[in-house]
Each structure stands twice: as structure tokens, then as C-alpha cells.
Write a protein that binds this ligand. Structure first.
Ligand SMILES: C[S@@+](CC[C@H](N)C(=O)[O-])C[C@H]1O[C@@H](n2cnc3c(N)ncnc32)[C@H](O)[C@@H]1O
Length: 410
């Protein structure tokens, strides 16, 4: 075995250190000198020869193997700065700059939404996150990501895997911690036959709603979440912001960016994370491609007191963006697309010249591309707020304020 020594230049988008070559080295930091055997283009098990001053002792014993976290070797300050740097680099690729605010990082053990995997074994079952770059499941004796009630559910998930899993397939548990209990949507399991259907309701006191594939097993206690003055029951496995703290940081940024607007549109609205709190003050038109999410939003609206009017529209905003002439009735828009961004829709917003825009994004590259469409049409990029609700992961999320100074007078 020949050992090679390399110096890490930078971190890649998956959080791996990258040395000239390129050679990818997990669990390392820029400036570190590391040694190890190169296989392909990777040093999988590096020895740290010269550690970075930003290196910290990882708080979790599973860090070396578990794929749930990639950046636990780095200080919080380093990760926050690195995430802000990823945004600045994406903006610079479009010749954009903006004040980037300090990263709002969610605390440890705050994830209220997570997907865990389960597989039956000869002796029982394993439940946890996948190992790094592997199909193996790492069973967890501790976890610094999951909210404590989700971590405490692991023994129940092991039992469910024994009942409904197999040794050849991996079960997937989409978990959401709501204000009224845990929502658990299971996929990849055995068919929901009579014995399994009869066995699963025994978990009623630990899981508020259990769904197997597309089939509800039981749902007496509807999982609900407060959004502004409304209470929402999201459909099983629904998109929700991953931490309550992350959601609050995004909501505060969106509210600030849209201050002064009186007629709002929420595009890619989900089940109302932004639309419902904003509707406490002004009318909102919520547009979303997933009819089940929008039905949950509509139901919450009808049962809430003191909201301004909320209208909903199921629409594929990639194929059928709202056209500029129909957007001009709004004076503020929040847009929160999936990773692909919203190029076609943003082009229409640029054309419509809606005065205030709050952009929310989980992908700085598509965010910068779409923001550039707006700045080319006269918008000013006022600020960017990085929000880190995927702690210790390389995910970068943000909210940003754009406006037309000649229309907002700011
Ligand atoms: C990042 S989530 C944001 C949801 C919501 N704003 C929130 O914070 O909970 C993106 C949303 O876009 C929706 N979506 C994905 N593709 C879409 C499309 N082509 N047209 C409309 N909505 C779409 C998804 O269903 C999802 O709810």
C-alpha cells in the first residue's frame, strides 16, 4: 500500500475536501495536509497530518461511518462562513454581489422532518441513516440531528421493520414531528396484507398517523402544525421546512422583504408555510403543483379565524408559469421553487415588474441564475439571508430580498 500526502484546497458541494488532481477526501477541511491510499480519485480513510484551526472534535460517535452528517469535523463558524461563501460564488458567476447576512443556523437535535431507512437482518432489524457512500444502514445509539421524540421512536421503527420489511428491500420512513404527534409514512415495505394491517395499529400511542405506501393504516390523531393563525394537517410525507427554527428564519426574511406590499402571491406555496402567516395581514394567492398540499392549505384557511382572503390555484409553474399580465395585480411575490429553480416563472415576474420579491431557495446555483433575470430587468438584490436548517450537511438554503427601487421608493 502506498500512502500519498495531499493538501486540501477547498470543499466540494458534497462536503468532501478536494486536493489538486482532483482527489476527493471526506471529513477534511481546506488547508489540511492529509495522507492515505488513493483509490480512483478518492482517499477514503485519511490520516490528518496537519489539522485546520477550524477542526473540532465531532460530537457524534457515528460521524466516521454515518452518512447523515458530512461536516461535523468543522466548527459552526467555519460551516456558516463556508455556506455564505457558496452563495457568494454562485452570485459572482452571474456578476452579482449582495450583502450576505450572518447564517441563521438551527440548533442541534432540531430536525422535525427526516427520512430514515430500515432493513431486516438475520437477527432482527437495523434502522438509521445510510452509511456514507454505501447501502449499509448505520444503527444509531445517538443522533445530534433528530429532534428527541424522533430519536426516541427508533425502537418502534425497528419493530415495524421486523413486521413489514424484508432482507432484500430497504424500508423508508418519512417522519414529521407535528404539534400533535409523529406522522410516519412508510414506503418500500411488504404489501399491506391482513396480518400486517392487524399488527400495525399497536403503535397508535407512539405514532399519530401511519401510512403504508399509499394506504392509510390509521389516522385518528391528525398531525397538525400552526402556520400563522391557521392549523394545517399536511398530507402524509408532505414537504415542510426541516426545522421550526429554519422555518422561522425564512418566514422572518420573507416578511421583511415583502413589507409594504398589499396584494401577495405565494408561488410554490406547499401547504402554506409562508402564505398562511402572510395572510394575517394581507390577501394572498397561493399557487402550488401538488393538489394534496394545496387542499391542506385550503382546509386550514377555511377553519382559521382572522385571516385576510386566501385563494389557491393548482398549477404546474414549470410548464405553465403565470404570465406577466396576470402577475401585475400583485405588488409582492414570494417564490420558493424546488432545486431546479424557476427560470420560466421568474422571467414572467421580471416582465411584470412586481415591486417586491422574496426569493427562497435550496440551491444557490439556480437562485443566482434566476436572480440575474430579475437584476437584468432593473431589480436590486437588497440582501441574502443564508439559513442552515440542515446542520452539518453541505446543503445551502437562503432567502433573498429583491425590489424595484423606483417603485418602492427605498
Ligand atoms: C421547496 S418546496 C416549498 C414549499 C413551501 N413554500 C414551504 O416552504 O413549505 C417547493 C414546492 O414546489 C412544489 N413544486 C414542485 N414542482 C412544481 C411545479 N412544477 N409547479 C408548481 N409547484 C411545484 C412542490 O410540491 C413543493 O411544495
Amino acid at each position: 500500500m502506498t500512502e500519498t500526502t495531499v493538501t486540501i484546497d477547498r470543499l466540494g458541494h458534497r462536503g468532501d475536501g478536494i486536493a489538486p488532481g482532483p482527489v476527493f477526501v471526506p471529513l477534511t477541511l481546506p488547508g489540511e495536509v492529509v495522507a492515505g491510499e488513493i483509490t480512483g480519485d478518492r482517499i477514503e480513510v485519511p490520516k490528518i497530518v496537519t489539522p485546520s484551526p477550524d477542526r473540532v472534535r465531532p460530537p457524534c460517535t457515528h460521524f466516521k461511518t454515518c452518512g447523515g452528517c458530512a461536516l461535523m469535523q468543522a466548527s459552526d463558524d467555519f460551516v456558516a462562513g463556508w455556506k455564505a461563501g457558496v452563495i457568494a460564488t454562485a452570485l459572482a458567476a452571474h456578476d452579482l454581489t449582495a450583502p450576505i447576512r450572518p447564517t441563521a443556523t438551527s440548533p442541534a437535535r432540531a430536525r422535525r422532518r427526516a427520512t430514515l431507512s430500515g432493513r431486516r437482518t438475520k437477527k432482527g432489524a437495523l434502522v438509521g441513516f445510510h452509511a456514507r457512500r454505501s447501502d449499509t444502514i448505520v444503527p444509531l445509539t445517538e443522533c445530534h440531528l433528530l429532534a428527541p421524540p424522533l430519536f426516541a421512536l427508533l425502537p418502534v421503527l425497528v419493530e415495524i421493520t421486523q413486521l413489514g420489511g424484508s432482507r432484500s428491500a430497504t424500508l423508508s420512513f418519512a417522519l414529521t414531528l407535528s404539534e400533535t404527534g409523529i406522522d410516519c409514512a412508510v414506503t418500500g415495505g411488504k404489501p399491506l396484507d391482513g396480518p400486517l394491517r392487524a399488527a400495525l395499529p399497536r403503535f397508535r400511542d407512539r405514532i399519530a398517523r401511519l401510512t403504508w405506501g399509499d394506504e392509510p393504516v390509521y389516522a385518528e390523531a391528525a398531525p397538525t402544525l400552526t402556520m400563522g393563525k391557521a392549523r394545517v394537517t399536511p398530507p402524509p410525507g408532505a414537504f415542510l421546512q426541516a426545522t421550526a427554527e429554519g422555518e422561522a428564519a425564512l418566514r422572518a426574511a420573507v416578511t421583511e422583504a415583502l413589507a409594504g406590499a398589499t396584494r401577495l402571491a405565494d408561488l410554490f406555496a406547499g401547504c402554506g408555510t409562508f402564505a398562511l402567516p402572510l395572510a394575517g395581514a394581507v390577501p394572498v394567492h397561493a399557487v402550488e403543483g401538488d393538489a394534496t398540499l394545496l387542499a391542506a392549505l385550503g382546509h386550514a384557511t377555511r377553519h382559521a379565524q382572522g385571516l385576510r382572503p386566501v385563494t389557491t390555484e393548482v398549477r404546474d409553474l414549470f410548464r405553465n408559469p403565470i404570465l406577466a399580465e396576470d402577475l401585475s395585480r400583485f405588488d409582492g411575490i414570494v417564490i420558493d421553487p424546488p432545486r431546479a429553480g424557476a427560470e420560466a416563472q421568474t422571467a414572467q415576474i421580471a416582465k411584470a415588474q412586481v415591486p417586491r420579491i422574496a426569493m427562497v431557495s435550496c440551491n444557490p446555483v439556480t437562485f443566482a441564475r434566476d436572480a440575474a433575470l430579475l437584476t437584468a430587468a432593473g431589480y436590486r438584490l437588497n440582501w441574502v439571508q443564508p439559513v442552515d436548517q440542515f446542520r452539518w450537511s453541505p446543503h445551502v438554503e437562503l432567502a433573498a430580498s429583491l425590489s424595484l427601487p423606483h417603485l418602492t421608493g427605498e
